[in-house]
Design a protein around this ligand. Sequence first.
Ligand code: AHM
Ligand code: MG
Length: 280
Amino acid sequence: MSGLDGVVRGVHGVASDVRAGLAARAGAQGGTNPSGETQIDADVWADEQFFDALSTLDGVGQYVSEERADAVDCGEGHAVAIDPLDGSSNLASNNPVGTIVGVYDAALPATGRELVAAMMVLYGPYTTSVVAREDRGAVEEYLVEGDEVVSRGACALPDDPTVVGIAGKRGERSAACDALADELERELKLRYGGAMAADVRQVLEYGGLFGYPAVEGAPDGKLRVHFESAPLAYILESLGGGSTDGERSLLDVDPDGLHARSQTFLGNAALVERVESALA
Ligand code: AHM
Ligand code: MG
């Protein structure tokens, strides 16, 4: 089994357990994560489940999590960066959450150009994962039901975009970003749910744009490069879509620390180009 097979299998194995444990943890409060945000018990618990499964694998040399201040050295091999429970503020209201994983062929911090695989698990009405790997020709989706993991076939990004979801309040984003959001919300259907994995999954389904721009109090936006922005950029760009921090592909953003953030826009290439022109 290759190192990437092991990681993909490990994530799938934990995903069903995580899903089964979410309801019981939906309301519980926890501490503060390294980005200064409130953690709920489910964040920490999910991180422990993934840590136990992934850090022990042959071929995994570093485990880096949104929920841990420091990288954990675990031998020789790829660095695994993970957001164990993406969109966890959605749990209380029973809206979708996800898990995002990036597999890097370099110790972190590193740019997304070092990614060799990325995965996004979505805990929606059913559990699915989208997997992009450098050693596979296609980005594939799987249905994860207990121990059963069944391919749903190759993903394709529709040419004709339908949906848009840009985070933040009017007046707390830049004037240029507000103007772009207004324009796109007239052309496309507004779809924003507060879990990036779910919001990006609907962009894959219907075509469109997801964005988390700079907002008042968060000049680089909210999303973290290693765990969120770069892995999903890897998936989108593998499908012929685009990504940008406003100026460059998210795969070229050079994070200055493990928990560095970046403005994040992901979607059809033509919409990403419009973001870059609007924010220039
Ligand atoms: P989290 O990983 O700590 O849950 O935070 C990331 C999530 C993203 O999934 C989502 O796009 C964003 O936070 C939503 O933030 P907001 O509530 O500001 O819209
Ligand atoms: Mg999280």
